[in-house]
Design a protein around this ligand. Structure first.
Ligand SMILES: *[C@@H]1O[C@H](CO)[C@@H](O)[C@H](O)[C@H]1NC(C)=O
Ligand SMILES: *[C@@H]1O[C@H](CO)[C@@H](O)[C@H](O)[C@H]1NC(C)=O
Ligand SMILES: *[C@@H]1O[C@H](CO)[C@@H](O)[C@H](O)[C@H]1NC(C)=O
Length: 727
């Protein structure tokens, strides 16, 4: 029993710690294995120990058999007001008191033990007997008389020394039980209570692990969102499944169009069956119009969705005016008279200003805007219960800030799904699709994606943890297909159609987004010149981009899903294990003015200066765990040599994102104002001051002292205001 108790105590303590860690700290891959193991051990121990706990008397007569320890009469005696039972009679009392009814749990005892009869057979027999004789009229003495051994009719439990005073649980047993779950040798109630607590926690953990795998299919998910935005086009991705009865019911509230104009509200809903019958394809038709001033509706592209693409498609809406807000709607495809029931009445996007114009002179738009960056998103973490598995608090924090400060787009640097945490459900593309559906089905993510353009790049968890198998893993194909379908196709166009890395311009800033997974050498390889994270072709494309933007664009943002800084320990999956290629890249970047590196992946925030000229901001998680231990130090890797200098480290917080306010309105004072938000509140900010480009100094924008600059800015804003309001 001592052994069973120890096993119970240790397994339950480990179980409780692991469950807490799994549900609230890190939903790691240990969960599906360790939690069932610890719980099973504790269950076994609870049963084993509880069997040995003396039973309380079940009848007053039985109680009367229990000898008193002191002079005080027992509770049963007081009840019965009978004489005290004789002491030390052992189990012989059953012979003297044949009327004592055996323990009802132990009915099996009245059936003579047959060496041939199996336990389950005996149980069955018993149940039959009880059914025929529910009052047990034929039990007791008659049955017992069949046996020679006076104790033969007693179960193991009954043979326990029940006629000794019941031992009381000691304080240490109670504390041990309540805190760790160690079964007590004295109280069945306490044992079952702490087992019950563990069972409840186990059920919650199993819900957290398996419900997203076996349920939460989200097959009826529908969303429409904007990805890449330029001065004259946007990319629109929509998931439009075929109409289900649910969608058809929602169609009752559709908005009719009168003469090509959609009225503000629906006064004359059409019949659903009429609508559904006339649809020729699954999908929708896009219409859009500028809002300021309100323009005419323009017919946009048709979105055709297909099952093979999980009913997701991306279209290009082009021919737009620069720096203009548009309203768009999705109509039922063939019938241009009805709003699509699956979508909000109206959604909006705003085009960027023309980079050609912002390069030539000031523009209130392209040279002053804010974007955000983050990475790592798992809905339902930390676990808040079976009803909170779709909640993404980070997205709610983000949307609140984004709407307040006017974030123009979000750069999401990977781990947008966790295909393998805590369980990889296989390499089928359907499994990957499902994870994207679950992310977009999170109400907060959906609300965010419908309002803020989302630009993505994948990282390892869109494929497999610490992925470094280039295209050779069977997981890569399906993972890449699902990534491109749900998010990748909405990114800016790559140079080659099937590449995942790409670059783009926004006003007086340029971005290059690296693909750090597809061409990467094995992480475990020795860090030589041949070891690469980008692959030769991508590295050349990157260097080409650098020389193009070097003197033509003020701010250069280099986007890497994994940190370029090498201050983190366990850097095998980051640039810390690819220092030789990093050297080659920094050799070029250190002579390029105004380079900012954006990264994520580490579930912590850190800002660092690389070779003093490049500034990196690594932000994560958006909605995921953070490490309870510190893993970053100035002493690691190139921190030790002073090449990487830590500027700020914010490890704690389940939800982090960084906003970048890019401001080149005053040509000789380009600045990026960086603000880090942790759990929705600003935690730190830094103004990164840039160097003006020679060509900027030569062009006609104000290169002036502060006061005049402010005045110039005020004047420009006034002019912009007048222009917006009156023309
Ligand atoms: C919108 O609906 C309300 C109530 O149904 C109605 O009073 C109003 O006239 C409608 N507005 C338009 C523009 O149709
Ligand atoms: C992918 O990795 C394998 C094994 O590491 C290597 O042999 C192959 O050359 C790599 N392919 C590419 C395109 O880098
Ligand atoms: C970028 O411009 C700087 C001058 O500001 C020059 O020294 C450097 O070599 C250029 N780098 C590239 C890659 O063009």
């Amino acid at each position: 029993m001592g052994f069973a108790r120890s096993v119970g105590g240790v397994s339950s303590a480990l179980f409780r710690f692991a469950a807490y860690a799994f549900l609230l700290w890190i939903p790691g891959r240990f969960g599906p294995y360790l939690l069932p193991l610890f719980f099973a051990l504790h269950t076994w121990s609870t049963l084993a120990v509880s069997r040995t706990v003396p039973r309380r008397p079940s009848t007053p007569a039985e109680a009367a058999l229990i000898p008193k320890t002191g002079d005080a009469p027992s509770f049963a005696e007081i009840l019965k007001e009978g004489p005290p039972a004789p002491k030390n009679e052992g189990n012989a009392v059953h012979e003297q008191h044949p009327h004592v009814k055996p323990d009802p749990d132990a009915d099996a005892a009245v059936v003579p033990a047959s060496p041939a009869g199996s336990l389950s057979k005996r149980h069955k027999k018993n149940r039959k007997r009880i059914a025929n004789d529910p009052l047990s009229l034929t039990t007791g003495a008659a049955a017992a008389a069949d046996s020679d051994d006076p104790d033969a009719h007693l179960t193991r439990r009954q043979k326990l020394p029940r006629n000794r005073p019941l031992p009381k649980a000691t304080l240490s047993q109670i504390v041990n039980n309540l805190v760790f779950g160690t079964p007590t040798p004295t109280s069945r109630f306490l044992n079952y209570l702490s087992w019950g607590v563990n069972a409840l926690v186990f059920a919650l953990a199993m819900d957290a692990i398996w419900t997203p795998i076996f349920a939460m299919d989200e097959s009826s998910l529908a969303f429409a969102r904007i990805g890449a935005v330029s001065h004259n086009a946007v990319k629109l991705t929509a998931r439009i499944p075929p109409p289900s009865p649910l969608v058809a019911a929602a169609a009752a509230g559709v908005t009719p169009i009168v003469a090509g104009v959609v009225p503000a509200n629906n006064s004359d809903p059409l019949a659903d069956d009429e609508l559904l019958a006339e649809d020729e394809f699954v999908g929708a038709k896009v219409i859009y119009r500028p809002t300021k001033p309100l323009g005419k509706w323009t017919s946009g592209p048709e979105i055709h969705t297909h099952e093979v693409d999980d009913w997701v498609a991306t279209v290009n809406v082009d021919g737009l005016w620069a720096a203009t807000e548009y309203e768009y709607r999705l109509l039922r495809p063939s019938l241009e008279t009805a709003h699509h029931p699956a979508f909000p009445h109206s959604q909006y996007f705003t085009t960027f200003s023309d980079p050609a114009l912002s390069a030539a002179g000031p523009s209130s738009e392209g040279t002053h805007y804010t974007f955000a960056s983050s990475s790592c998103l798992k809905p339902g973490f930390p676990y808040t219960g079976p009803w909170g598995k779709s909640e993404t608090r980070g997205a709610r924090h983000f949307l609140r800030v984004a709407e307040r400060v006017g974030v123009r787009f979000m750069l999401f640097l990977g781990d947008f799904i966790y295909a393998d945490v805590p369980w990889h459900a296989g390499n089928a593309v359907e499994q990957y699709y499902k994870r994207y559906r679950q992310t977009f089905a999170s109400p907060e993510v959906k609300a965010m994606a419908e309002k803020i353009p989302l630009i993505n790049i994948y990282d390892d968890h869109e494929i497999l943890n610490d992925y470094s198998a280039n295209e050779t893993s069977p997981a890569f194909g399906p993972a890449n297909k699902a990534y491109r379908t749900y998010v990748g196709n909405a990114n800016y166009d790559a140079q080659q159609p099937d590449q995942n890395y790409y670059d783009f311009r926004v006003g007086d800033s340029a971005f290059f987004v690296w693909d750090t997974r597809r061409y990467r050498s094995d992480n475990a390889l020795e860090d030589t010149e041949d070891k690469t994270m980008l692959g030769q072709e991508q590295r050349e494309a990157f260097f080409d981009w650098v020389s193009r933007v070097n003197q033509t664009v003020t701010w250069k943002f280099v986007v890497s899903s994994v940190p370029v800084m090498s201050l983190w320990s366990h850097g095998e999956d980051t640039w810390a294990a690819f220092l030789s290629e990093r050297d080659a890249i920094l050799d070029v970047l250190e002579h390029v003015p105004n380079v900012i590196v954006l990264s994520g992946d580490r579930h912590e925030f850190a800002a660092a200066s690389l070779r003093t000229t490049v500034t990196e901001f690594s932000t994560s998680p958006f909605n995921m765990f953070y490490l309870p231990i510190r893993t970053l130090s100035q002493k690691h890797h190139r921190g030790a040599t002073g090449e990487d200098t830590l500027l700020k480290y914010i490890p704690d917080g389940n939800s982090k994102f960084t906003t970048f306010e890019v401001d080149t309105r005053v040509a000789n004072r380009p600045v990026v104002r960086v603000r880090v938000y942790v759990d929705g509140a600003e935690a730190w900010h830094l103004d990164v001051l840039g160097q003006p480009l020679p060509r900027a100094l030569g062009r006609g924008i104000p290169v002036v002292e502060d006061a005049v600059g402010q005045l110039g800015k005020g004047l420009r804003e006034l002019l912009a205001f007048i222009r917006r309001s009156w023309w």
